[in-house]
Design a protein. Structure first.
Length: 134
């Protein structure tokens, strides 16, 4: 049997401030949206923005919630997951990127001096964070 691969990597900017909550079991979860801009064209430039709904769990959720804000530039790596639910007789779907790794790329203005977590929260590499999900 062959193995599958579900890996998504994006670089973009937060559309609004992240929102964090805790599950009844006390585990942190942060949700946020990231806009990824694409530009192309000969002569007349065209552009399109693709939005990604992101979800981070545990310590990663707490760090993202603490240091990201609307406009923050970030690299996100994770897996795509589709949630499905029934409401009022209709089936609804929501596609999200479950965060596995992230790197702060700068402040909201794109400058490379974003706030960094305190040394207590830092993993081995200063700006690169990897966490398990759920």
């Amino acid at each position: 049997m062959s193995r599958g691969l579900n890996e998504v990597k994006i670089i973009g900017n937060l559309g609004k401030a992240p929102e964090m909550r805790y599950t009844p079991a006390g585990k942190a979860v942060t949700i946020f949206s990231v806009a990824v801009n694409e530009r192309w064209g000969d002569g007349e430039e065209q552009k399109r923005t693709e939005w990604f709904n992101c979800e981070a769990w545990g310590k990663g959720a707490e760090i993202l919630n603490q240091y990201l804000k609307k406009g923050s530039s970030v690299y996100i790596s994770g897996r795509q997951q589709t949630d499905k639910w029934e409401k009022d007789g209709s089936t609804h779907y929501k596609v999200k990127l479950v965060v596995k790794e992230f790197i702060f790329l700068g402040d909201a203005n794109g400058n490379g001096d974003a706030a960094q977590p305190d040394s207590e929260a830092e993993p081995e590499r200063e700006e690169n964070f990897s966490f398990g999900s759920e």
